[in-house]
Design a protein around this ligand. Structure first.
Ligand code: SAM
Ligand code: SF4
Ligand code: SF4
Length: 354
């Protein structure tokens, strides 16, 4: 469904507030985008996210009773639509590992005024794309870090072949999950040689390839600044082979900086969290699998919503809690990165949702 930015929301259904208000934080940023982590588990072990040494056997993954149920997620989302949320992204961990995910999608798709997207590593997309589309999923973003098997198998660290992800992408397109985006995290010395082959492959495909700077999210990945390949380096590299020019953002708060091939072969994007902070427009809130809310990807502490939810609080009390949380928000970690006094312990991305 197409959502016009800043268009008034339709009245929410059920017991949520009837007309959406727009809630602003301390820096004047409206709440628009809710990312929901539906599982902390993953079938990949990407070293920049869930390195095997930390997330291998013995890692204390959450138990089923600790996870928010679909009913709880729906209730929270319904209340958020009354507070101005228009976009929901299901993520994780690997969201396609959550049992019966299509049933959650079907219930979310019934809520009015919501654009519903999903980020996945693509390994199970071939099996699930049709059911997800039929359930009402609008769009999908697939992560793919290289096109050559040795590099990709090393990047996912479970020996998963590129062909499996490409099949998932084909299945998503065939099911009508378009426009489709691809996320490629670029880590120096690991897959930076795969940038040009990826750019060449996805030119003229109608798929938008986005290059993500390797981020210092969580504590498990042993992040070092020297492993980051700045987007400026990538625009120069790609522009040297295919002339490109910048494109204006499609809407305020768009995370990726968009560029287009001058010969009409399509667009690419750059997500430059490290070298070009975009906190100024950040309208994203994250809901962890166990019902903690994080107002920043780099937060070290969440806001426990599950306890309130399970204490019998009514929708008005929950809405008031959520409104107050957003109104108190001041986060701008990426703008402050490197300064002293910011917390060193951060939450892992697989828990909080990428
Ligand atoms: N498992 C799904 C996937 O990989 O698409 C969804 C969750 S994953 C945490 C969401 C996105 O975060 C992926 O595109 C992934 O590449 C990206 N990501 C994970 N760790 C990152 C890091 N340290 N820096 C930049 N992006 C990262
Ligand atoms: Fe799994 Fe996605 Fe993290 Fe890779 S980036 S380990 S696929 S959650
Ligand atoms: Fe938003 Fe935090 Fe990322 Fe800044 S660092 S863009 S506030 S999530």
């Amino acid at each position: 469904m197409n959502i016009r930015e800043n268009a008034p929301l339709q009245p929410a259904t059920g017991t949520s507030p009837p007309v959406a208000e727009v809630v602003h934080d301390q820096r004047g940023r409206p709440l628009r985008d809710l990312r929901i982590s539906v599982t902390d588990r993953c079938n990949f072990r990407c070293p920049y996210c869930m390195p095997r040494a930390v997330f291998g056997s013995g890692y204390p993954y959450l138990k089923r009773a600790e996870l928010l149920s679909f009913e709880e997620i729906i209730r929270i989302v319904r209340i958020f639509t009354g507070l101005g949320v228009r976009k929901i992204r299901l993520t994780g961990g690997e969201p396609l590992l959550r049992q019966d995910l299509h049933k959650l999608v079907a219930q979310l798709a019934e809520l009015p005024g919501i654009e519903l997207a999903l980020t996945t590593n693509g390994a199970l997309l071939g099996q699930q794309a049709r059911a997800l589309k039929a359930a009402g999923l609008d769009r999908v973003t697939v992560s793919l870090d290289a096109l050559d098997d040795p590099t990709f198998r090393a990047m996912n660290d479970v020996d998963f072949p590129v062909a499996g992800v490409l099949e998932g992408i084909e299945a998503a397109l065939a099911a009508g999950l378009a426009p489709l985006k691809i996320n490629m995290v670029v880590k120096r010395g690991t897959n930076d040689h795969a940038v040009l082959p990826m750019a060449r492959h996805f030119r003229n495909s109608g798929i938008m390839l986005r290059f993500i700077e390797y981020m210092d999210v969580g504590n498990a990945n042993g992040w070092r600044l020297e492993d980051v390949v700045p987007s400026a380096e990538l625009t120069a590299l790609i522009g040297n082979e295919f002339p490109i020019e910048p494109v204006s953002p499609a809407y305020p708060g768009e995370v990726a900086e968009r560029w287009r091939y001058r010969d009409g072969a399509g667009e690419i994007g750059f997500i430059s969290s490290v070298t070009k902070a975009f906190c100024g427009d950040c309208n994203r809130l994250r809901l962890s699998i166990e019902g903690a809310l994080f107002t920043c990807l780099f937060a070290h502490q969440g806001h426990d919503l599950r306890t309130l939810l399970r204490s019998g609080a009514d929708d008005a009390a929950l809405a008031s809690d959520l409104r107050a949380l957003w109104q108190a928000r001041e986060d701008r970690y990426s703008e402050l990165r490197g300064r002293t006094g910011i917390p060193l312990r951060k939450i892992e991305m697989s828990y909080i949702g990428g």
